[in-house]
Write a new protein. Structure first.
Length: 215
């Protein structure tokens, strides 16, 4: 317990950092994932090609490599002076968006084609059909895989600690540098991640139950 009590401010900052980067990356991944999923089922060929390229590139690129590009290429070319937290959130959010996209696209495919045809027959555009008719019905199918994706996102956030982002992995490195035994440090880090992942699991469980009631 001493390793926690003697270094509680650092552990608190690391835990808050993990929660923060997870929350920001989750929002980025969810928004981008839904948009790219719309591109992938779009009747416009350039949008479909862009969506396919986005998913193929990001899903097949190691996350560590994306962090390297985000931290050492993006600031040099596009946005100099951007904070490590923002760069880490973007790398993690962009990477996870490709998985969110595929989960949403699979949910869209479960909606009967007749629903979209009926919407088009009354004059709805593609974006209106997707937003008003298809996505609300696909949500029930998408919730369970999204839960697993965002739990994986939480664990992937540990990579950000190696790039000067304040989070639990960075706290573990700090404690190791101070000479603390590695086992209790890892126990507290694991407990911190468990709190976050259980919170995400509980949130999605509540959403899933609510959707079942709505059905």
């Amino acid at each position: 317990m001493n390793v926690l009590f003697d270094n509680y401010p650092e552990f608190r900052d690391g835990f808050i950092g993990t929660v923060s980067i997870t929350a920001v990356s989750l929002v980025i991944a969810l928004v981008l994932g839904v948009i790219i999923a719309g591109f992938r089922v779009s009747p416009v060929p350039p949008l479909r090609y862009f969506g396919t390229a986005w998913v193929t590139l990001l899903r097949n690129t190691p996350l560590t490599l994306l962090f390297l590009v985000s931290f050492f290429v993006v600031p040099e070319i596009f946005f100099p002076g951007m904070s490590p937290f923002v760069l880490g959130s973007l790398a993690l959010g962009f990477y996870t968006s490709s998985f969110v996209c595929e989960a949403v696209r699979s949910g869209i495919s479960t909606v009967p084609l007749g629903q979209a045809e009926a919407a088009r027959s009354i004059g709805m555009t593609f974006s209106q059909t997707l937003r008003i008719v298809v996505l609300p019905q696909a949500t029930r199918t998408v919730i369970p895989p999204l839960s697993s994706i965002f739990i994986a996102l939480t664990k992937n956030s540990a990579i950000a600690g190696a790039f000067s982002v304040t989070e639990l992995f960075g706290w573990q490195k700090l404690m190791s540098d101070r000479g603390y035994a590695i086992t209790p440090v890892f126990i507290w880090v694991a407990l911190g991640y468990l709190v976050v992942t259980f919170a995400i699991s509980g949130l999605f469980w509540l959403i899933e139950r609510r959707m079942e009631v709505a059905r």
